[in-house]
Design a protein around this ligand. Structure first.
Ligand code: NDP
Ligand code: 2IT
Length: 444
């Protein structure tokens, strides 16, 4: 297998899908050598069967807005790979959602889920519906219409969706309710549900907490204490909020947050009280991060991302390609020691190269943000058992999983000079598990 040939083929077959090509390129480049040590993989054309999704469902979603206008959006579910378990992955509602973005996310999810140690395949779904400015009634009707298009291809043993950008507890609840009604069953077909109807404790916190647990493991390799470290966090949604909560608990100082309109910089630190304001602002009133600056009298920079601010640690937690080469160079120049990705693919390939050539501790999303889907997996277990665990029990398992992922990254990613290439480590560890499962099941 030659990674460049695999990429050429994908670009010819699926033109105009840059995010999908970007995600595949990173993985095939780092697994090339390991793959070629196994001639049986090549004989079974494993690589093409691994990078091309199993199935893509697409459908029109029709719904009625508050003014009585009939609206349409597109809905998708990319079922990438189910070699190690039922398809599993989030649903994204955002105006930018396209087949390319969902294919990149479903591809990444396959490797991420393999790293969690839990039996989950990879998938992703979503719609170009933008929840921004929509009433609660509109969101509910949209979720119900979306599930009408989706429900026949999901189920507790086939495909278990969850949240992602624009999809939180409220949306999962509406989708679960509609699914339950159409399928005439009460099963764990969505994760991230309300705790009263089968949602796991710690699932809302899991991605942010998990990312900080992974960061702690990385810092431990260099005997660095997180206490007092200034942290640049982007985003202000689910992942960013619980990243800040855990950082504060450990004595670190988050100083930035952002949304798609701009970012705030609070040099005094985002305290527990200020974080409560953000949670209320974003989760209840669905406001803008600009309002934080108005409330606390700090700097707000419209139309920009927070990477030019000085910080010890960066935790990008908004969206893909939000750190480019220039941002990465600025972060390094300003003395960043670690970058741990809460978002999926937030750093461009050029930015990753800058971090790695400067020997910065750098963790890709598929390792560092795997805590969310891990607790989703634990929610599936609890639903199957018709039982629920305490917050402490789930948190302990989450910690163990993040430490285990870190260990695997070190095992497969440690280079000659001792530097850990977490990209390589995560890709090889995830790939080997999926590859062995696929080989064991014959040519499909
Ligand atoms: P939310 O919808 O809760 O929050 C997303 C945040 O990112 C918002 O502040 C949003 O701003 C901002 N954002 C979204 N799109 C853009 C954009 N194009 N440019 C700038 N800012 C943007 O989503 P999550 O917190 O759940 O997800 C954040 C990231 O984490 C995503 O990459 C997601 O894939 C990843 N992730 C999420 C997991 C989860 O469990 N939820 C698990 C693993 C990864 P605005 O309010 O203006 O839209
Ligand atoms: O990107 C991700 O891992 C998620 N959005 C969570 C997926 C899940 O099934 O919990």
């Amino acid at each position: 297998m030659k990674s460049s040939e695999v990429l050429d083929l994908l670009k010819r077959r699926f033109p105009n899908e840059p995010e999908y090509h970007q995600a595949v390129e990173e993985v095939v480049e780092s697994i090339e050598d390991v793959y070629n040590e196994h001639p049986e993989f090549e004989k079974a054309n494993l690589i093409e069967r691994l990078v091309i999704p199993d199935k893509i469902h697409s459908f029109r979603v029709t719904w009625i807005d508050d003014k009585g206008n009939v609206q349409t959006n597109m809905g998708y579910r990319v079922q990438h790979n189910n070699a190690i378990g039922p398809y599993k992955g989030g649903i994204r509602f955002h105006a930018s959602v396209s087949p390319s973005i969902l294919k990149f996310l479903a591809f990444e999810q396959t490797f991420k889920n393999a790293l969690t140690t839990l039996p989950m395949g990879g998938a992703k779904g979503g719609s170009d519906f933008s929840p921004r400015g929509k009433s609660d009634g509109e969101v509910m009707r949209f979720c119900q219409a979306f599930v009408e298009g989706l429900w026949r291809v999901i189920g507790p043993n086939t495909d278990v969706p969850a949240g992602d950008i624009g999809v939180g507890g409220r949306e999962v609840g509406y989708m679960f309710g509609k699914y339950k009604k159409l399928a005439e069953e009460f099963t764990g077909t969505f994760t991230g549900k309300g705790r009263e109807f089968g949602g796991s404790l710690i699932r809302p916190e899991a991605t942010g907490y998990g990312n900080v647990y992974f960061l702690l493991e990385m810092l431990k390799t260099r005997n660095i204490d997180i206490k007092g470290k200034k942290c640049l966090v982007s985003g202000s949604g689910n992942v960013a909020q619980y990243t800040c909560e855990k950082l504060l608990e450990l004595g670190a100082i988050p100083v930035t947050l952002s949304d798609s309109d701009g970012y705030i910089h609070d040099p005094d630190g985002i305290t527990k009280e200020k974080l409560e304001f953000v949670m209320e602002l974003k989760n209840l009133y669905r406001g803008r991060i600009r309002e934080y600056a108005e409330e606390y009298g700090c700097k707000y920079v419209p139309g920009a991302r927070p990477w030019a601010e000085k910080g010890d640690i960066a935790l990008p937690s908004a969206t893909q390609n939000e750190i480019d080469q220039t941002d990465a160079e600025t972060l390094v120049k300003n003395g960043v020691i670690a970058v741990s990705e809460g978002a999926n693919m937030p750093s461009t390939p050029e930015a990753i190269a800058v971090f790695q050539s400067n020997k910065i501790l750098y963790a890709p999303g598929k390792a560092a943000n795997a805590g969310g889907v891990s607790v989703s997996g634990l929610e599936m277990t609890q639903n199957s058992e018709r039982y629920s665990w305490s917050a402490e029990q789930v948190d302990e398992k989450l910690r163990w999983i993040m430490a285990n992922i870190h260990e695997n990254c070190v095992k497969y990613g440690k280079e000659g000079d001792g530097y850990v290439n977490y990209v390589k480590g995560a890709n090889i560890a995830g790939f080997m598990k999926v590859a062995k499962a696929m080989m064991g099941q014959g040519i499909l």
